[in-house]
Design a binder for this molecule. Structure first.
Ligand code: ADP
Ligand code: AMP
Length: 216
């Protein structure tokens, strides 16, 4: 099964993706995670991407399309199917993805859009923290670690805020992506692939709705 999980920053894509990838054995591909790792490792891709991610802007389509195309061709993705999180974010990326999938004789099964109001997104992003060791994501109030100050996944005790989760950058990212996401939703609606779900519900409730779409 091949799935796109779409939503504005803070909609809960990463949170839901972890659960889906676990239960359905799909390969989770987050372009944001790929860029953050490249930036941390100071690779040429990272140095280039940082110029855009630092300002909350989108990384240019040719760079982003190229790296997704490479990843989709890898054996694990071919064998297990993919869960794309945060891609496509422009109509040009959606068209490139269609062409890439046609090239490798593959297709999308579902496009799920997690819908959340901008005010709630801002509140979520201002409280988002990540484990400094494994990158697991939490929210200080809505989704804290089970044992306070200890990562559920790896047991690490240091957490940090993402550099692009400051109030100014959050506002810019939401506005920018709100504008670019609309034609993409229309694209997948026309292809009869899109299901919208209400993301302003408890994490488990959102996940139950996703499971209903994907099937048990
Ligand atoms: P995205 O990957 O779409 O940017 P995240 O999955 O990182 O979003 O979620 C953003 C923040 O909101 C995180 O701090 C996360 O713990 C929290 N969060 C995710 N889903 C919900 C939800 N349904 N209700 C409340 N908080 C949530
Ligand atoms: P995310 O973790 O999905 O919020 O992404 C973090 C940042 O990475 C974004 O603000 C962009 O700068 C960049 N990014 C992630 N996905 C894409 C994409 N599909 N196209 C362009 N830039 C992206």
């Amino acid at each position: 099964m091949n799935i796109l999980l779409m939503g504005l920053p803070g909609a809960g894509k990463g949170t839901q993706s972890e659960m889906i990838a676990n239960d359905y054995d799909m390969i989770h591909i987050s372009t944001g995670d790929i860029f953050r790792k490249a930036i941390k490792d100071e690779t040429p891709l990272g140095l280039e991407a940082k110029r855009y991610t630092d300002n909350g802007d989108l990384v240019p389509d040719d760079i982003t399309n190229g790296l997704v195309k490479e990843r989709l061709a890898e054996a694990d993705v071919q064998a297990n199917g993919f869960l794309l999180d945060g891609y496509p974010r422009t109509i040009a990326q959606a068209e490139a993805l269609d062409a890439n999938l046609a090239d490798i004789d593959s297709n999308l099964d579902h496009v799920i859009y997690i819908e959340v109001d901008a005010d709630i997104l801002k509140e979520r992003l201002s409280g988002r923290i990540m484990c400094s060791n494994c990158g697991a994501t939490y929210h200080k109030v809505y989704n804290p670690p089970k044992v306070s100050g200890v990562c559920d996944v790896c047991g690490h005790t240091e957490f940090h805020q993402r550099e692009d989760d400051t109030p100014e950058k959050v506002g810019h990212r939401i506005q920018l992506q709100m504008d670019s996401i609309r034609p993409i939703l229309e694209h997948y609606e026309a292809a009869n692939l899109l299901t919208k779900i209400n993301g302003d519900q408890a994490i488990e409730t959102v996940y139950r709705e996703i499971r209903n779409i994907l099937g048990e």
